[in-house]
Design a protein around this ligand. Structure first.
Ligand SMILES: NC(=O)c1ccc[n+]([C@@H]2O[C@H](COP(=O)([O-])OP(=O)(O)OC[C@H]3O[C@@H](n4cnc5c(N)ncnc54)[C@H](OP(=O)(O)O)[C@@H]3O)[C@@H](O)[C@H]2O)c1
Length: 288
């Protein structure tokens, strides 16, 4: 069997092109340019790269982005004050706090402080609740990216057994929520696995669609995958200076029906979905 290699780079580029057209149309109708305010605390080099990529993507899509760099010794109170300013600033539509934050700042308190109407990462409890109820305001970026890849690759999800490996608030749980919803590219029967799951291999081998999001390089081997399964690899791990996923691509690609590579699979979709949420936030603001 030769697996379909899902080209996330290409699908993300197409998605962003479409989005740029929507942004232009929205601007013509309302005079509003969607504006993403990104906050970066500290000097983490990987975070700096992520934020720069988000800025560039905004510019390409015709959106405004502003980067607000704060020193690593910034207090939680100072950060909360900045968020409050952006919450109140009607020219800012989306607020992004780049993670991780320095250890002395409590992440949850900071993420909860972003007003739900500008929460383009979909981390706020109100937005997570709306998502859980099947009436999302914003889409969780990385999981939504996986869903769009499935859709654009013509993969039928309805009635399939999807196994999500990982239960984080950013990827695993919202991924499961999207796949189990009533609606397009959903209606799956979903199992969530984590580090305490017993007989993991037996569970993953039942998956028609396997989403790996655990942050362990090459963890998913061929014996964990049912022949013909769709394998979506969210993992981004650096091994000897090379990026690898959570799936052992060389082993699994020959038995999968479709698979995402790393890099060039799920990764590029996350930013595209962030832009989509920023446009949604601007639309919400325009409605008043
Ligand atoms: N493509 C993108 O844009 C994107 C975005 C976000 C994250 N990522 C990548 O996706 C991966 C996961 O990220 P994350 O933020 O979800 O990570 P995380 O918060 O560290 O969560 C990892 C999850 O995997 C589970 N896990 C760890 N080891 C396991 C094992 N041996 N067997 C079964 N489950 C195991 C953990 O279980 P417990 O809950 O029991 O500890 C946890 O639920 C990372 O490589 C990250 O870099 C990529």
């Amino acid at each position: 069997m030769t697996a379909q290699i899902i080209d996330g780079k290409k699908i993300a580029a197409e998605t962003r092109e479409l989005l740029a057209k929507e942004v232009a149309l929205f601007h013509n109708e309302t005079g509003i340019t969607p504006h993403l305010a990104a906050i970066l605390v500290g000097e983490d080099p990987a975070s700096a790269v992520y934020v720069r990529n988000k800025e560039r993507a905004c510019a390409k899509a015709g959106m405004k982005s502003t980067l607000h760099k704060l020193p690593s010794e910034t207090t939680e109170a100072e950060l909360l004050e900045m968020i409050e300013q952006f919450n109140d600033d009607s020219s800012v539509h989306g607020i992004l706090v780049q993670l991780p934050l320095p250890g002395h700042i409590e992440e949850q308190r900071v993420l909860d402080a972003v007003t739900p109407l500008k929460d383009v990462d979909c981390f706020h409890p109100e937005n997570v609740g709306l998502l859980a109820q099947g009436r999302p305001r914003f889409q969780p970026c990385t999981p939504r990216g996986v869903q769009v890849l499935l859709e654009k690759s013509g993969i039928d999800v309805s009635g399939k057994h999807a196994v999500v490996l990982g239960r984080s608030e950013i990827v695993g749980k919202p991924m499961a929520m999207l796949l189990v919803q009533k609606g397009p590219v959903a209606n799956a029967t979903v199992t969530i696995c984590h580090s305490r799951t017993a007989n993991l291999k037996e569970v993953t081998r039942q998956a028609d669609i396997l989403v790996a999001a655990i942050g362990k390089p090459n963890f998913v081997t061929a014996e964990m995958v049912k022949p013909g399964a769709v394998v979506m690899d969210v993992g981004i791990n650096s091994v000897d200076g090379k990026l690898v996923g959570d799936v052992d691509f060389d082993q699994v690609a020959p038995i999968a029906s479709s698979i995402t590579p790393v890099p060039g699979g799920v990764g590029p979709m996350t930013i595209a979905m962030l832009l989509d949420n920023t446009l949604t936030a601007a639309r919400i603001a325009a409605k008043g």
